[in-house]
Design a protein around this ligand. Structure first.
Ligand code: LIP
Length: 288
C-alpha cells in the first residue's frame, strides 16, 4: 500500500470518534472500585477499564476498516515487537494505548488519556490524544498541523505559557517534563540524570503520561520533555501532534531510536536540552 492510497482525513475521523467514545467510557463509567492487575512489575497496572477501552476502540476501528491491523497495549499483539511486525507497507496499522497514564487513572488523578495513531510502515499519518479530565482532544494529520478541540496549536504562534511575548526562552528558564520506567534499577539511573538536570532548568514535572507530555510540549504547557524505554503506543500519536505544532522531536543523542528514547521541545531550547541530556548520558541509562 502506498501512502497516497490512503485517505488520512478518513483515518483522522475514525481516530477522533474512537478516542472521544473511549474517553467518555473511562471517565463516566469508572467503577467505584477498580479491579487492578499488574504486568511487568507490581506497579505496572492494568484495570478492567484499560481492557474495556481497548475493546471499544477496536470495535470502532474494525467496523469502519475491517482490513486494517490494530496493535494495542493490552492486546495479545501488544508488544513493541508486535508493532514492528504489524507495521508493514501493506495495510494501515493502528497503534493504540487505551489508557496511557494508568497510574493516574488508578489514583483518580488527571493526566490519563487515550492515544490512537494510524501508520503505514514507519510513517505515522494521524494521531489523536484525548484528555478526558480536561475535556481536551488533541489531533494531527501529517503535514496539516496540530489542533486542540478544533483550534490550531502552533508553538511559534503561542510560544511558552511561562514567558512574556518577545522574551527569549533559555534552558535555565524552561519547564521540563519527564517520566520514569517501571523497573526500579532503571528508575535509579533516571533519578540520577534528573538530579543533575534539576539545577540547570526552571523545574521538572512528572505528570505521568507520555502521550500527554508530548501534547503539553505542543501546547506550551511545558517547554520540553524527555524519556527513555517507552513503547510505540506511548508516543506514536503525541510525537506527530508535537511535530505538527512546530516542536522538534528526536531520539535522545547517544540513546536508542524512538520509542527507546525521545526528546521533544520548543525549537528555542531544543539544542540546549539535547546537548545537556547527551552530556548527562540520559539516553544511555539502559546500558549502565
Ligand atoms: C506510562 C507512560 C508514563 C511512563 C511510564 C509508562 P502506561 O504508560 O505514559 O509516562 O513514564 O513508564 O510507560 O503504562 O500508563 O500506559
Amino acid at each position: 500500500m502506498r501512502v497516497s492510497d490512503t485517505n488520512p482525513s478518513e483515518l483522522l475521523g475514525i481516530a477522533v470518534d474512537a478516542a472521544d467514545q473511549a474517553a467518555r467510557l473511562i471517565r463516566d463509567r469508572r467503577p467505584s472500585q477498580l479491579t487492578i492487575g499488574h504486568k511487568t512489575t507490581a506497579t505496572d497496572n492494568v484495570t478492567e477499564m484499560d481492557l474495556a477501552s481497548e475493546t471499544l476502540i477496536r470495535e470502532i476501528i474494525t467496523a469502519a476498516r475491517p482490513m486494517d491491523r490494530i496493535v494495542g497495549e493490552e492486546s495479545s499483539t501488544g508488544s513493541a515487537e508486535g508493532v514492528k511486525t504489524a507495521q508493514d507497507n501493506e495495510r494501515v496499522t493502528w497503534i493504540v494505548d487505551p489508557i496511557d497514564g494508568t497510574t493516574n487513572y488508578v489514583y483518580d488523578l488527571p493526566g490519563y488519556n487515550i492515544s490512537i495513531a494510524a501508520a503505514v510502515g514507519d510513517l505515522v499519518l494521524v494521531g489523536v490524544v484525548a484528555d478526558p479530565a480536561h475535556d481536551r482532544l488533541y489531533s494531527a494529520q501529517l503535514g496539516s498541523g496540530a489542533f486542540c478541540n478544533g483550534s490550531r496549536i502552533d508553538i511559534a504562534g503561542h510560544g511558552s505559557r511561562g514567558h512574556q511575548p518577545g522574551e527569549a526562552l533559555t534552558l535555565d528558564r524552561a519547564l521540563i517534563a519527564t517520566g520514569f520506567a517501571y523497573s526500579s534499577q532503571l528508575r535509579l539511573r533516571q533519578g540520577q540524570v534528573v538530579a543533575e538536570l534539576l539545577p540547570l532548568v526552571r523545574d521538572i514535572r512528572r505528570l505521568g503520561a507520555a502521550a500527554l507530555d508530548l501534547c503539553h510540549v505542543a501546547s506550551g504547557r511545558v517547554d520540553g520533555y524527555f524519556e527513555v524505554n517507552l513503547a510505540p503506543w506511548d508516543i506514536a500519536a503525541g510525537a506527530l501532534i508535537a511535530t505538527e505544532a512546530g516542536a522538534r522531536v528526536e531520539p535522545i543523542r547517544g540513546g536508542p531510536g524512538m520509542p527507546g528514547s525521545i526528546v521533544a521541545a520548543t525549537p528555542e531550547i531544543f539544542e540546549d536540552l539535547q546537548n545537556t541530556l547527551a552530556q548527562l548520558g540520559a539516553g544511555s541509562v539502559m546500558d549502565r
